[in-house]
Design a protein. Sequence first.
Length: 236
Amino acid sequence: MDTHLHHDHIESHLKSSDLLRDVVIGMSDGLTVPFALAAGLSGAVDQSSIIVIAGIAEVAAGSIAMGLGGYLAGKTEQDHYSSEVKREYDEVENLRHKEIEETKEFFANIGLSPALQDQATAEIAQDKDRWVDFMMKYELGLDKPDPKRATKSALNIGLSYVAGGIIPLSPYFFIADSVEALKISVVATLVCLFIFGYFKSKMTGVNPIWGALKVTLIGAVAAAAAFGVAKLFEAH
């Protein structure tokens, strides 16, 4: 019973880690890129409607691109695992002596006596599927990926990007003057970046205040650079 409960805890932890990673990837870019775009356009145009159209187009394109990247990464992980499984089955069939030595080596490294190494290896080698699973996990360090991981990752990243992108654009929906809208966008986005950076850093074990300041600073610099470049070109 204890082993089963422990296993459930690990699986839940891993799934949560995958979701957290996806949200961090999508939300960080979703907050920063549309924010910089809106700031840059605010330095060049007066009408918020133009920024809204450009911003929505960017969020749509960005969420699709980011989601596709997550999907391809998930598929690559699955394809890599499948390729390694096929190779392990081939080695178990055709290089059995080599696999036996590698299995014994694993048990030797964890401190089993030679007699127990032989016994444990013989036990595992009786079942080909179990042996391959064992080698995948302990020789190669690979866990079987969730077959739905690629699709889930694409959705998580894409939706997180949209959620992040709406924040810096939202003032432009209600305020016609782009510079006035930018002022509110800056405050709202930097606050959200700080909160996002704080919780992201806390969950990943980094100093939360320093992590929050770093994320906020990156967003602020990107937006300021875009605004400055737009003003520079406008002047010429």
